[in-house]
Structure formats: structure tokens, C-alpha cells
Write a protein that binds this ligand. Structure first.
Ligand code: SF4
Length: 361
């Protein structure tokens, strides 16, 4: 074992966070945690993971779970395509692989939603196979350790980092080595303020010695921020509100929302909500009353959502859906149980907190 691997594994044994999937190394748990953590920090994943496995404890349960339940458990994690892939993958596993995740990365990569990174994580953490894992934390730690100055997204950089990991990965210790490197990046070698004074690798770290930790890893400029203004409307009829389900092939596919859409240049949100509802549902609505303005971000988009209550002025049974998979008139309790994208979820939560909201369930 190289001195680097020895130091790292020893440090991990002393400092690993007690994350729930680490107690079992169950392949289902490792897979789920890695998918959840793809765009989210591990600490934030814990409550989602715990709720998920409490209700869906194994792969056959995931294969049989209703989509609405899976999406509801995923609500707030974003990037919902991952949840759809999980369900598809579980069904393939139950159909063809005896409800077991394979242990070899090549076989894992053939499954829906599993790319080289997740495959390596499952193979090494769940099955302790000698496979390196290169995630954002590992890239950051190793580019600093070795002062690698090519852009962090470049293939050359990834290959150099993977080569470093292969060189140091001790046979039969991948579970600890890989998680140790990722944990070092998450806890010590953080993006903005690396804690080099408490880092076991400081004596052999080139960036710490050269004072270049702030320059590494080298990042290309971020894509420009795009601001979008949207308007949505709550249409009530006999104590129920209209909700529609987004198309499967659309962003946030399968999630629910109140009808509405993008406010066009020069248009007022009040006008946009009436126009969008007419275009999306065929219903005529009037007298928009502002309920609140909600902000959220995804990727490079910054969305401002104006939410209105509107009065229905046409036949509620004559729905003509142009943008949605399906729609229904739901009680407020039913609305609260449905999965929504971030902006609409904030709206539902805000209205649910209002004691005097007239339609509160
Ligand atoms: S010494 Fe500093 S820069 Fe180097 S690996 Fe440790 S925390 Fe990161």
C-alpha cells in the first residue's frame, strides 16, 4: 500500500460521517444514495434517503412502486429524470437479473440511468471491487494534490486523476480508499476554503505548498444566467383546484403543476396567466388576484413565478389540454400529496401554512 493510501484510509476510518448507507453497503442503498447525491450534497441527501428506503425498502418494491409515490419522495431533489431512471432500472433488474444489481461496472453501465461514475461507485463501495471513482470531490482533491492545470472538465484531466487513483488504490480496499478520497473533498478540501492546516495530505500537496489552492481546479467560465418570468393560476371549482401533469418527455416530466407559463416581453403577469390558461386548458378565467411571488433556480435558469388565484368564467368540464399529459380537479389535501416542481411546491407550501386560506384541506 502506498503511503498516500495508508494515510487516506486511516483518516477515513477516524473521520467518516455516519451516513445511513455506509452502515450496510447494501447495493440498493449505495445505488440510491449515489443517484440522489449527483446534484446534491451528501448531508442534504440523508433525510430524502431515509424517507425513501422507509417506504421503498428494496429493488422489487421500487419496481412495483407507483410513479406518484416515487416522485413525491423525490420532490425537492430536482433533476427528476433520475427518479424515472431508477424506476426503469428496478424493473429491468426484476425482469432480467433476479432483482440484483450486478457487481461489474461494464454490466452496471448497461442499465438505465447508470453511467461510468455510478457504476464505479456501486462496484467499489457495495462490492469492494478494485475500481477507482472519479467524482467532483476526487477531481478537486487530486488536481490540487498534483497541481493539474488543465480545465477540470477536460478528458485529459479526468484521465490523469483516474491514473493517480489507480496507482494508489490498494487491492481489496476500494470501498475505503474511494470513499476516503470523496470524504476528504467533502469535509476538508472544500471548493472555496480548503482546510489545509487540518489536512493529512498537506505535506505531499503541491497546491498547499505553492499557495495555489484557490486557483485549482481550473474552471471554464460558467454559462450565462438566464432569467425567466412565469405566471401560474389556481382555478377553483366546487372546492377543488385544477392541476395538470407535465408530459413525460418534458422537463419535470410526470410532475404536477397549476396551469400557466412564460410571461412574454412587455406582457403583465396578470395578462399572461389568463392567456396561458386559455392556451393550455381551453378555459376562460378572469380577475387574477396575486397570491405571491416565488423564486427558484435550476441549472443556469433563475425563475420568478407570479402565482394568482383566478375566477373561472367557462364550463369546467370543457378542458382542452395542449401542454399536459392529463389534468384533474383535486382537493387541497390531494394537491399536497402530489409531486410538484420547485416553484409550484413553494406555492403549495405557502398556501398550506396560511390558516385562513379558504380552500385549505
Ligand atoms: S492540503 Fe489543502 S489543497 Fe491539498 S488536499 Fe489537503 S485540503 Fe486540499
Amino acid at each position: 500500500m502506498t503511503p498516500f493510501a495508508h494515510t487516506l484510509i486511516h483518516w477515513f476510518a477516524e473521520n467518516a460521517r455516519p451516513l445511513p448507507w455506509r452502515t450496510t453497503n447494501d447495493p440498493y442503498h449505495v445505488w440510491l444514495a449515489e443517484i440522489m447525491a449527483q446534484q446534491t450534497q451528501m448531508d442534504r441527501v440523508v433525510p430524502y434517503f431515509t424517507r425513501f428506503v422507509a417506504q421503498i425498502p428494496h429493488i422489487p418494491a421500487l419496481a412495483a412502486a407507483p410513479e406518484a409515490l416515487v416522485l413525491k419522495l423525490w420532490e425537492g431533489l430536482g433533476y427528476y429524470r433520475r427518479a424515472h431512471h431508477l424506476m426503469a432500472c428496478a424493473r429491468v433488474l426484476c425482469q432480467d437479473l433476479d432483482a440484483q444489481l450486478p457487481s461489474h461496472p461494464r454490466l452496471l453501465c448497461r442499465l438505465p440511468g447508470i453511467g461510468p461514475y455510478v457504476a464505479a461507485a456501486i462496484a467499489s463501495i457495495a462490492y469492494n471491487q478494485d475500481v477507482p471513482v472519479v467524482d467532483a470531490n476526487v477531481l478537486r482533491v487530486v488536481t490540487r494534490l498534483r497541481a493539474i492545470r488543465t480545465p477540470v472538465t477536460a478528458t485529459d484531466t479526468r484521465q490523469a486523476v483516474a491514473a493517480f487513483c489507480r496507482e494508489h488504490l490498494p487491492s481489496g480496499q476500494a470501498r475505503f480508499f474511494n470513499q476516503g478520497l470523496m470524504e476528504l473533498g467533502a469535509l476538508i478540501c472544500t471548493p472555496r476554503q480548503p482546510r489545509c492546516e487540518g489536512c493529512p495530505m498537506a505535506p505531499q500537496c503541491r497546491a498547499a505548498q505553492d499557495g495555489t489552492t484557490q486557483e485549482l481546479p481550473v474552471r471554464l467560465p460558467r454559462p450565462q444566467v438566464i432569467r425567466i418570468t412565469m405566471a401560474t393560476g389556481l382555478i377553483w371549482h366546487q372546492g377543488r383546484v385544477l392541476v395538470q401533469q407535465r408530459r413525460r418527455d418534458d422537463v419535470w416530466g410526470g410532475l404536477w403543476e397549476f396551469p400557466g407559463g412564460v410571461v412574454e416581453a412587455g406582457e403583465r403577469p396578470e395578462a399572461a396567466v389568463c392567456r396561458e390558461i386559455a392556451e393550455e386548458t381551453g378555459l376562460t378565467v378572469q380577475a387574477p388576484r396575486l397570491l405571491g411571488v416565488f423564486r427558484h433556480s435550476y441549472m443556469q435558469y433563475r425563475v420568478t413565478l407570479h402565482a394568482f388565484e383566478v375566477r373561472l368564467a367557462s364550463d369546467p368540464n370543457h378542458l382542452t389540454l395542449t401542454e399536459a399529459e392529463t389534468a384533474r380537479w383535486a382537493t387541497w389535501d390531494e394537491v399536497r400529496a402530489l409531486p410538484f416542481p420547485a416553484g409550484h411546491r413553494k406555492l403549495v407550501e405557502a398556501l398550506s401554512r396560511e390558516q385562513d386560506h379558504p380552500h385549505r384541506g
